[in-house]
Design a protein around this ligand. Sequence first.
Ligand SMILES: [Zn+2]
Length: 84
Amino acid sequence: MAQTIWIHKLADAKKPEAAGMDYLCEHLFQDLTRSGKLTKLKGWNPTPDASAKDGATYRALFCDSCAKNHNNGNVRMAKEPVLV
Ligand SMILES: [Zn+2]
């Protein structure tokens, strides 16, 4: 049973800092929320085809553990507000 990977939408202004990806995994998102900037401490894995169960794909930046867990279809978008 694959583990769900939650992703958070990134504000447009932050996308260039995230290798051009549109979403962050929750771990990178938490780091960004805490420190105000993205770091590569937990890994840095641009994943342009992160896919959800309904077949939608997202351009997401994953930490190493999410990159390892990702296996087509276990990505879900979190409901929290967009980070600005
Ligand atoms: Zn992660």
